[in-house]
Write a protein that binds this ligand. Structure first.
Ligand SMILES: NC(=O)c1ccc[n+]([C@@H]2O[C@H](COP(=O)([O-])OP(=O)(O)OC[C@H]3O[C@@H](n4cnc5c(N)ncnc54)[C@H](O)[C@@H]3O)[C@@H](O)[C@H]2O)c1
Length: 272
């Protein structure tokens, strides 16, 4: 099959590209190469177009020429801390960019798999695991823009009958993740003997999912999922941020590394 992967130079997108190539598919990557997109994440053999998903004309002409059977969208602003400092790029890419993609999908005969996140359900601490019908309670600008993109997609499916599905994985880890994210950042800082930084007291619980499992789930939805459906992809592997950090430090034999808290948005300082 011919697959256009938007945001394919980032963490999950590039893992997905390698996964598809392993299955023998023809892949084209469309990526704006923001700070999070790295050419070295991709094999040199793959076709790459530098472009912004907000650029409707360019995206449309690339898609019309390549004629993908499926478009899988990973292009997004993804770092929660950055969204708290400056929500604008998140609104631009995660909402307006999804609108642009939907307009392209409306005009060419293709299927869209949009990668969203379980963060649209908000904080699940003490609550039942989310189902696809759980009320959306995004708690920061990042997750609010992801929820908005999802709603736009569902509205386009109902209104224009486009062929599109949503995948909502939980927290991913694995190779090629940007060093600003918790696990790579913790490893890098610990290896260099720097203090390890966690938000508040690190009690926030996340469900951890290996990136290759996410890729398999996304491809399963691409092949067998129904239009207008949402598919949660949990890891069934819940750990607090502190537990994850402690495990890494234990494996690196660096348990003595300092913990420093900092204030982000309304997060509280819970000691150092
Ligand atoms: N990483 C996780 O734990 C996780 C969990 C669940 C869902 N997700 C979702 O999966 C998707 C991919 O996440 P990731 O962690 O790989 O992100 P990432 O930040 O590593 O990569 C994002 C990619 O999108 C590209 N991009 C950004 N803005 C763009 C634009 N306007 N036009 C074209 N390309 C653009 C970047 O250059 C980069 O290559 C996102 O939609 C994210 O919300 C991520």
């Amino acid at each position: 099959m011919r697959i256009l992967v938007t945001g394919g130079a980032g963490f999950i997108g590039s893992n997905f590209v390698w996964y598809l190539l392993g299955l023998g598919h023809e892949v084209m990557v469309y990526d704006a190469f923001t700070y999070a997109g790295r050419p070295e994440n991709l094999p040199s053999s793959v076709k790459v177009v530098r472009g912004d998903i907000v650029d409707k004309d360019k995206l449309f002409s690339v898609a019309r020429e390549f004629q993908p059977d499926i478009i899988v969208n990973f292009a997004a602003e993804t770092h929660v801390d950055r969204s708290i400092r400056d929500p604008e790029p998140f609104i631009r890419t995660n909402i307006y960019g999804v609108y642009t993609l939907l307009e392209v999908v409306r005009r060419i005969d293709t299927r869209l798999i949009h990668v969203s996140t379980d963060e649209v359900y908000g904080d699940l601490e003490g609550r039942e695991p989310a189902s696809e019908d759980t009320v959306l309670r995004p708690s920061n600008p990042y997750s609010a823009t992801k929820a908005s993109g999802d709603m736009l997609l569902m509205a386009y499916w109902r209104t224009y009958n486009i062929d599109a599905s949503i995948v909502r994985p939980s927290n991913n880890y694995g190779p090629r993740q940007h060093p600003e994210k918790l696990i790579p950042k913790t490893i890098i800082r610990a290896v260099h003997g720097l203090p390890v930084i966690v938000h508040g007291n690190g009690s926030q619980r996340r469900d951890w999912l290996y990136v290759e499992d996410t890729c398999r789930a996304i491809w399963l939805v691409a092949e067998k999922g129904r239009p207008g459906e949402i598919y949660n992809v949990p890891g069934f592997n819940e750990r607090s941020v502190l537990e994850v950090v402690e495990k890494i430090l234990e494996l690196l034999n660096k348990l003595e590394a300092l913990f420093t808290s900092r204030v982000i948005g309304r997060a509280r300082i819970e000691g150092t």
